[in-house]
Design a protein around this ligand. Structure first.
Ligand code: 4PL
Length: 248
């Protein structure tokens, strides 16, 4: 049954205290997964885990810190015994015009968006290789196709998310582990609403084939599909989920 696609599966979703990560955690949790709701904001992660139910537990972690990532997976193994699904959604979404962008800010965003992705995929895939099964879904952004302004460093990291995922798919194919990306467009999240990005909804909508404002629940189904068993023949791909704003 499609509503029980993740029965018996163990999943980790990062950045799951809010926004798109939260919607993904809720969706995979509702479909039966045993689930680690991971976020730097541990209190927020606890609230989300509690709302999902007994199959979910919260873990506070900084994906950019190697020790924190090691501790996270130790907790997952202790609580759930294995890892089947890893969704990497944790990211910094900055708004910094080029004139204001300095190296410290460039590094801050790379530390989470790319170093964090590397650390999570490295430790996560080690467990999946033992498991003989795995689904990795990395959250990208359609800004890599659009060249969205005021976030050149973010766009650079998300380009890395796509190309790294492509290479990782090759490395892990022999272990029955798939690696894919979902590339949302501008989405109505707490983070976006708290930033100047919220002013861009009208412009983005003008470019969309389908009109409207993207919600986290519009993104989660695509992630759940790529994280499911039946997506076994798809790997190394990036799927734009943005009402057709970009086509490539
Ligand atoms: C088109 O990933 O893809 C704003 C903010 N506009 O973070 C994004 C677009 C933003 C985007 C993004």
């Amino acid at each position: 049954m499609s509503s029980e696609r993740f029965q018996g599966r163990v999943a980790v979703v990062t950045g799951a205290a809010q926004g798109i990560g939260r919607a993904i955690a809720e969706r995979i949790g509702a479909e039966g997964a045993t689930l680690a709701v991971v976020d730097m904001n541990e209190a927020g992660a606890k609230k989300v885990a509690k709302a999902i139910g007994k199959n979910a537990f919260a873990v506070g972690a900084d994906v950019g810190d190697e020790d924190s990532v090691a501790k996270l997976f130790k907790t997952v193994i202790k609580k759930a015994g294995k890892l089947d699904v890893l969704v990497n959604c944790a990211a910094i979404v900055p708004f910094v015009p080029w004139d204001k962008l300095d190296f410290a800010e460039w590094r801050r965003v790379h530390r989470v968006n790319l170093d964090g992705l590397f650390l999570m995929c490295k430790a996560g895939s080690d467990l999946m290789r033992k498991n003989g099964y795995g689904r990795i879904v990395n959250i990208c952004s359609n800004s890599i196709f659009a060249g969205t302004p005021n976030m050149a460093h973010y766009v650079a990291t998300k380009g890395g998310v796509m190309t790294f995922s492509r290479a990782l798919a090759t490395e892990l194919g022999g272990f029955k582990i798939t690696v894919n990306c979902v590339a949302p467009g501008l989405t109505d999240t707490e983070g976006v609403q708290a930033s100047p990005h919220k002013e861009a909804f009208g412009f983005v909508e003008m470019l969309q084939a389908i009109k409207g404002v993207g919600k986290p629940t519009d993104i989660a189904p695509a992630v759940a599909f790529l994280a499911s068993e039946e997506a076994h023949w798809i790997t190394g791909q990036t799927l734009a989920v943005d009402a057709g704003m970009v086509r490539w």
